[in-house]
Design a protein. Structure first.
Length: 295
C-alpha cells in the first residue's frame, strides 16, 4: 500500500481522489518534475506529467491499474489507448452484471468515442458527442441508463461529481504552489482530479437535450397541479416506464422545494426500477421534461 507522508497526501486520500492501489510500494517514492501551471499552459503541463507517471506507474491490482491508466492516458492525450484500456476494464468487470457496475465510467467511453468520431469522420464535437451518446445509451437497460445520466448531470452536487472535482483540482494545485517536484501518490490524485474535471467541462453543456431525448424514449413524464382541500395546489411530477404494460407500484416523494431537475432524476431512477414515481413540490415555472445545464 502507499504510505501517506504529507498533509497534502492525506487530504487527497480523504477526498477519495487518490488512484493508488496495493502494488505500488516500490514506485511510490519516485518524484516528478512539476510546478503548478499557468492557466494557458495547464493542458500541456498536465499531459507531460501524465506521460511521466504512466512510465512509472504499476499496480498489482489489475482493475485498479486499468482504472488509473485510462485516466492518465486521457490526460496525456492518448485517446485511442485510453479507449482500449477502458474496453479491457469493461471486460474485467463483466462478471458483475449489476447496473451500478455496468454504468461505471460510461461517460468516459462516450467522450472518447465522440473524440474518435470527430477526428475520423470530421463531425463537429457536438454532433459526434450526440451520436456517441445515443449509440451507447441504446445498448443500456433503463436502470443502467438512469445511473449514467445521473452521473453525467451537472445540476446538483448531490448528483454530479463535477463541482466537487473542480474544487478538488483547485485544492490540489494550490498545495503544489512553490514546489518543483511532486511524488507519485500526489501526482495520481492531481491527475485524476484533472481528468474528471476536464471531461465534465467538455460534455456538461451537451447533456441536457440528450437526456431529455432519452427520457422521452423510455418514460412518460407528466407534470400537473394537484388541488388541495384549502384551495391551494402542489406540483406533481409523475414518471413511469413507457414500456409498462401492467399496473405498477407507485412511490411518492414529498418536498416543499421546487427543484425539478433533482425530482426528475429521482423519478427516473424509481421508474427505471419498475415503479411509478410521483414527486410533489411547490409549483414551479421551470420545465421538468429534463435537466437544464448551467449557463
Amino acid at each position: 500500500m502507499i504510505r501517506v507522508k504529507s498533509v497534502a497526501q492525506a487530504a487527497a486520500f480523504s477526498l477519495g481522489l487518490a488512484m493508488a492501489g496495493p502494488g505500488m510500494d516500490a514506485a511510490a517514492a519516485e518524484t516528478f518534475s512539476f510546478s503548478p501551471p499557468e492557466p494557458e499552459g495547464a493542458s500541456a503541463s498536465m499531459a507531460a506529467l501524465a506521460d511521466a507517471v504512466i512510465a512509472a506507474y504499476h499496480d498489482d491490482n489489475r482493475a485498479q491499474y486499468l482504472d488509473t491508466l485510462f485516466r492518465l492516458q486521457m490526460v496525456a492525450g492518448h485517446d485511442a489507448a485510453a479507449a482500449q484500456t477502458l474496453a479491457d476494464l469493461r471486460r474485467l468487470r463483466a462478471a458483475d452484471p449489476s447496473p451500478g457496475v455496468a454504468a461505471k465510467d460510461v461517460q468516459y467511453e462516450i467522450l472518447l468515442t465522440a473524440k474518435a468520431l470527430q477526428a475520423e469522420d470530421h463531425f463537429s464535437f457536438e454532433a459526434a458527442f450526440a451520436r456517441a451518446f445515443r449509440a451507447r445509451l441504446s445498448t443500456l437497460d433503463d436502470r443502467t441508463s438512469a445511473l449514467v445520466i445521473r452521473a453525467m448531470s451537472p445540476y446538483s452536487t448531490g448528483i454530479s461529481l463535477h463541482a466537487r472535482t473542480e474544487e478538488a483540482l483547485k485544492t490540489a494545485l494550490e498545495q503544489q504552489k512553490g514546489k518543483t517536484r511532486i511524488d507519485l501518490a500526489t501526482a495520481l490524485s492531481l491527475l485524476r482530479a484533472d481528468q474528471v474535471a476536464e471531461a465534465f467541462r467538455t460534455f456538461t453543456p451537451l447533456i441536457g437535450p440528450l437526456a431529455e431525448e432519452d427520457d422521452r424514449r423510455r418514460y412518460v413524464i407528466e407534470q400537473t397541479a394537484v388541488p388541495t382541500g384549502d384551495g391551494a395546489s402542489v406540483c406533481a411530477t409523475i414518471v413511469r416506464q413507457r414500456s409498462a404494460t401492467a399496473p405498477q407500484p407507485s412511490l411518492l416523494e414529498f418536498t416543499i422545494y421546487a427543484d425539478p431537475p433533482t425530482l426528475l432524476s429521482e423519478g427516473r431512477r424509481t421508474a427505471s426500477n419498475g415503479a411509478r414515481a410521483a414527486a410533489r413540490a411547490k409549483p414551479s415555472l421551470t420545465s421538468t421534461t429534463g435537466p437544464t445545464p448551467p449557463s
